[in-house]
Design a protein around this ligand. Sequence first.
Ligand code: GMT
Length: 386
Amino acid sequence: MKIGIVCYPTFGGSGVLATELGMALSAKGHEVHFISYQQPVRLNFHPNIYYHEVVVQNYPLFDFPPYETALTSSLVHVITNNNLDLLHVHYAIPHASAAYFAKQILMKEGRDIPFITTLHGTDITLVGKDPTYAPVVTFSINESDAITAVSQNLKEETYKHFRIEKDIQVIPNFVDTEKFRHSDKEHFKKMLAPNGERILAHVSNFRKVKRVEDVIRVFEKVHAAVPSKLLMIGDGPERQNAEELCRCLGVCNDIRFLGKQEQMDEILSITDLFLLPSQYESFGLSALEAMACGVPVISTNVGGLPEINVQSVTGFLNDVGDIEGMAENAIYILKEDDTLTGFKHRALEHAKSFERSRIIPLYEQLYEEVMNRYMKTPASGVVKQS
Ligand code: GMT
């Protein structure tokens, strides 16, 4: 199948998931065309993978260069020139409306290409439901030929906030357990924790929704009870506040801000506990990747997090802002070697249920179903059956 994937190219979870999906599909023989404004960070070379950059022409009149228009035009060109079978857009804004618009343009030329929208989280819960975007988001989701959500919770949130007339299929996020697995990095661990301290980690884009200051506050309490170090991975608007808080609390010497990192499997291999105290997570892909490396998780109990982090089994879940509770649970996991080993083992076992090879066929099946609703014609791509 020839598939077009539209996504954000950055370190955000939706772009990462879309890239991993495209790479897995290409390995299975599909031809995959990525369309974005930058090469997605995790995208590796493969003969079946193509990358098409969306170039936004600027002009002095534009205070806000029209990305959606440029993306739509790129979609029209890429679909036509490469005879794509379907489009799969990740993150509704503005990808679903651009796909809809491209579809309408192509329809005038006798080509009807189906498009699938995968909802990832903030496109619904934070940004999407804002009146600034809601009418367009609602319309373009409803016009999608199939809709998927990355968790049951996100599906419910979507129905709660938008008038959706179609079925939303839950296809959970996945992890490549060959890439995300524990490997022996003792020398690396020794450099960061020379006296055998426990290592805690947090990975995010440091946005408000991640509550990074809670990470520091939890760590301060853990650190007072268990010799430990904290690794803060990623970057974003809240980083400065977080660094300032470290200084105020006097824990700077045991916290390292590593910025954006690509070798996450190596960092997670030396990590003992993952902290994700978010205000909301539709899924929490970073926590799943940590679990696949055998790292237990302390998270909040919101959104889709209870669908991946199992209370008292793979870690613990607390209310948003419950610093005391999160610290207590973290100390419980970290204090004794045997307890920690048990949690590590169970986190790894549970992550296996989200293994890539289990989830990719669900997308392939959906593609088949959508394509079967269309009839292929040699001259003009696909035409919808009446
Ligand atoms: O978490 C972010 O700010 C990034 C965001 C994105 O769309 O890139 O992540 C969302 O999608 C991820 C992949 O499906 C999920 O794992 C994250 O939980 C979700 N973030 C939120 O819901 C806040």
